[in-house]
Design a protein around this ligand. Structure first.
Ligand code: NAD
Length: 478
């Protein structure tokens, strides 16, 4: 059996204690992975702190980020296979994730090249005519990155890329279910020339690991992607240190009467149920204008029926297993609860172990958990609306606010949606699930704090020092 350890100061470190990382469809053990001990975590943070004192010149950071992108390109098949196996992500989506990961790295290299401070016009203040002020941006030091299972490569890179670009060092704690992709990434960075200590990867399944790292005052900034509950715990423990939080959503999508119904149905089917709905911006609540409700629902059910459910390593699969049987049980409970509360499955779901078949619900109420909470599973609800204002108000009735999708060709409605929706991103004529890796990405309300996208994340991961020079006129030199 393959044994994998934490990656600390350029070496794999074992502790004698392991836990199994499984193939999420077959259940086979892929590797026995080290449970990091408190001593290993201490070593990882200390090593990252020491590495921060050996800063890499910007051109060297840029070269490393670009080389790492080239390695991802070369090894795309290997990365994609690992993601498909340990995350249960359909192979075609896993390949797309690796391609996006390269983009994130290349944008991080650009961010390293273009990060800048600015001149501050202080000379208008009486008595400061001889002064010059400008800001410089400086890295914080050790960045703790805690990541979820659902994008084990690209969401890791959205933290590691900008953090390294800025000159920070990183202690990465990947999700317990998906450490193998992170370890492969660490090897890619080492091959690209990143010196030991600049990227540490600590593995393990115990929640104590995250808690010990968050409590460590040598960590200067915490960047977290995951559930709102864990995000809130981390924020409460972080004290005055900066925390970036990318949390959940129960994404609303609106289909107005003038929309291209075929496009909307095809897109929403794939984005509600693809990768078993385990995307933070997965389509969950679908609001449809009453005049086109029947016509749209017919198209949507037909599109859902075409999705292929099964083995993520099969090229045809759209909907693989959920990350665990426990997660599948929880989601299916919510689905059955909604049926007891009066919802109807126009495409009925079924559970078989960790595999949950798409469930499309109508007659749903806002109070049902499948609507009010983040379902994070292949389950979605459809609701008719009378006026566009009503749809916008319903979309906003959520504790979350990450992204929303609106299908309409009417400019004034699109603009009304952009202005009214309380979310970090409004996507017109595509689903809530659209993301380009260089756009500012993040939420409001319980969806989090701060923005990712390398150009924006690098600002979050640096602080400003203002320099004020007093330059009184000197007597002329001889
Ligand atoms: P999770 O919150 O269960 O775990 C995320 C990470 O936090 C894991 O590495 C986990 O080990 C760690 N963790 C757990 N308890 C901790 C603690 N007390 N202290 C420190 N770390 C701790 O989330 P998950 O199930 O892996 O991922 C799914 C969630 O992530 C969903 O809510 C989804 O919406 C969200 N998500 C958000 C985005 C985004 O960009 N906004 C992207 C992807 C996923």
């Amino acid at each position: 059996m393959t044994q994998r350890g934490s990656y600390v100061n350029g070496q794999e470190v074992f502790t004698g204690k392991t836990y199994p990382v499984t193939h999420k469809y077959s259940g086979d053990v892929l590797a026995d992975v080290a449970e990091s001990s408190p001593a290993v975590l201490d070593q990882a943070v200390e090593g990252a702190r020491a590495a921060f004192r050996q800063p890499l010149p910007v051109p060297e950071r840029v070269r490393i980020l670009q080389r790492a992108a080239d390695i991802l390109d070369r090894d795309q098949a290997v990365f994609a296979r690992t993601i498909a196996q340990e995350a249960g992500k359909p192979l075609k989506d896993a390949r797309a994730e690796v391609a996006r990961g390269q983009q994130t790295l290349r944008y991080s290299a650009v961010a390293a090249l273009t990060l800048r401070g600015m001149e501050v016009p202080i000379r208008g203040n009486p008595g400061t005519e001889s002064r010059l002020a400008f800001t410089v941006r400086k890295p914080y030091g050790v960045v703790l990155a805690i990541t979820p299972f659902n994008f084990p490569l690209n969401l890791v890179l959205h933290k590691v890329g900008p953090a390294l670009a800025a000159g920070n060092t990183v202690v990465l704690k990947p999700a317990p279910a998906t450490p193998l992709t992170a370890l492969q990434l660490a090897a890619a960075f080492a091959e690209a020339g990143l010196p030991p200590g600049h990227l540490q990867v600590v593995t393990g399944s115990s929640p104590d690991i995250g808690a010990q790292l968050v409590a460590d005052s040598r960590v200067r900034l915490i960047t977290f992607t995951g559930s709102a509950a864990v995000g809130q715990t981390i924020r409460a423990q972080a004290g005055l240190r900066p925390v970036l939080l990318e949390l959940g959503n129960n994404s609303a999508n609106i289909v107005h009467e003038d929309a291209d119904l075929d496009l909307a149905a095809r897109t929403l089917a794939v984005r509600a149920f693809g990768f078993a709905g385990q995307v933070c911006i997965s389509v969950q609540r679908i609001y449809v204008h009453r005049p086109v409700y029947d016509a749209f629902l017919q198209r949507l059910t037909a599109a859902v029926a075409q999705l292929v459910v099964g083995d993520p390593e099969d090229e045809a699969t759209d909907v693989g297993p959920m990350i665990s049987e426990i997660a599948a049980e929880r989601a299916f409970d919510w689905y059955e609860e909604s049926l007891r509360q009066g919802a109807r499955g126009v495409v009925p779901s079924r559970r078989d172990g960790a595999l949950v078949r798409p469930g499309l619900l109508v007659d749903v109420a806002p109070s049902m958990r499948v609507m009010a909470e983040e379902v994070f599973a292949p389950i979605a609800g459809v609701v008719p609306y009378e006026t566009f204002e009503q749809a916008l108000a319903w979309a906003n009735e959520s504790r979350y606010g990450l992204q929303a999708g609106v299908f309409t060709h009417r400019l004034e409605l699109a603009w009304q949606a952009v202005s009214t929706l309380e979310v970090g991103g409004v996507i017109i004529n595509d689903s809530s699930s659209y993301r380009a890796d260089n756009m500012p990405y993040g939420g409001v309300k319980d969806s989090g704090l701060g923005r990712e996208g390398p150009e924006f994340a690098i600002e979050e991961m640096t602080y400003q020092t203002v320099a004020v020079f007093n330059l009184p006129a000197q007597p002329a030199s001889t």
